[in-house]
Design a protein around this ligand. Structure first.
Ligand code: PA5
Length: 317
């Protein structure tokens, strides 16, 4: 299957996995570990759990190490599409040593072998995708673990119903930002989406893209807008959500005004949908399509990420 077809069929990936549900309050804390296309799943579920009022700390980790305060009364959820990502395996190894409860999500690889050998819970997602195109499978698997089964069904329906509109909007956005460096500004409720936009534009469109988040960006990034030589190389996109903090929403308006004063008309977007999860996935899917159209305009095949493969190979030598 080609990248375009994978993205076309993303809504179908929102399927319920039959898993034993996890009760967050049974643990002192929950840590997700994953990198790249798998790591984003931890960011998203952390945001969803926090929006639901989870009562224990939730971490979305990237890297080789488990913080010292993560002890045997924590839950570790390891997500690696290939099952072979060394940072993720390193954290799982440490989690086993510390006696954590561990659940692994992957399509196979070493993570599956470790899960079988150590008797860890394992959720299998379909194989033969590139990791970033299996986002829906991995997110559904983890949402199923946390009992968000109705939400999965609603997301699938919502994305299917809105796909036509999302594709049209994405095409127009890609036309506007083509030949500029996209700068995606987000809010606390859209930050993981901005990260997904960035990584999809990096990997699919082979294009640099940078992100910053409100309110923090009002304390540094905005000063960088003074320089017309660099700001005119960029096109700005602002992603926000109606449930953002009122002061954050005011800051979205201020940011839009600031950019307009400088002659930089930003693309300001909020997701469509009745719930945060629907709006969230609407915007994430929009970004997937933007990255695909940009790849087409620049003449790149969205699928191969040769430089990433080369780095992994070098590290294995
Ligand atoms: O999109 C990609 O291919 C990468 O970002 C991978 O997701 C990343 O390298 C981690 O690999 P995996 O998802 O197999 O753990």
């Amino acid at each position: 299957m080609k990248a375009q077809e994978w993205i076309e069929r993303l809504p179908e990936q929102f399927v319920v996995y039959e898993t034993t549900p996890i009760s967050p309050s049974a643990y002192k804390g929950i840590a997700f570990i994953g990198m790249g296309g798998s790591g984003i799943v931890g960011d998203v579920i952390k945001l969803f759990l926090e929006k639901d009022g989870v009562a224990v700390p939730v971490l979305s980790l990237r890297g080789y190490e488990l913080p010292p305060y993560v002890r045997e009364d924590w839950l570790l959820v390891a997500i690696s599409y290939s099952g072979n990502t060394e940072e993720t395996l390193s954290v799982v190894d440490e989690g086993i040593k510390r006696g954590l409860k561990i659940v692994c999500v992957s399509s196979g690889g070493k993570l599956k072998e470790i899960a079988q050998r150590e008797g860890l819970d394992f959720v299998a997602v379909p194989s033969n995708y590139a990791p970033r195109y299996a986002f829906g499978f991995m997110l559904s698997a983890v949402m199923s673990l946390f009992g968000k089964k109705d939400t999965i069904e609603r997301i699938r329906k919502h994305l299917e119903e809105n796909k036509g509109e999302i594709k049209e909007t994405a095409y127009r956005i890609a036309q506007v930002i083509q030949n500029y460096i996209p700068i995606v500004y987000s809010t606390p409720l859209t930050e993981p989406i901005a990260f997904r936009w960035k990584t999809q534009i990096n990997e699919n469109s082979k294009t640099l893209c940078y992100i910053a988040t409100l309110p923090e960006l009002h304390h540094n990034e905005v000063a960088g807008l003074d320089n017309p030589i660099t700001r005119n190389l960029c096109h700005f996109i602002i992603l926000w959500d109606p449930e953002d903090h009122p002061r954050v929403k005011k800051r979205v308006q201020i940011t839009e005004g600031l950019l307009k004063e400088l002659g930089l008309v930003p693309i300001v977007l909020q997701g469509k949908g009745a719930t945060l999860e629907e709006r969230f996935l609407y915007l994430a899917y929009l970004g997937d399509w933007v990255s695909l159209y940009l790849a087409e305009f620049y003449g790149y095949d969205p699928l191969p990420v040769r430089v990433i493969d080369r780095i992994k190979k070098t590290l294995n030598e």
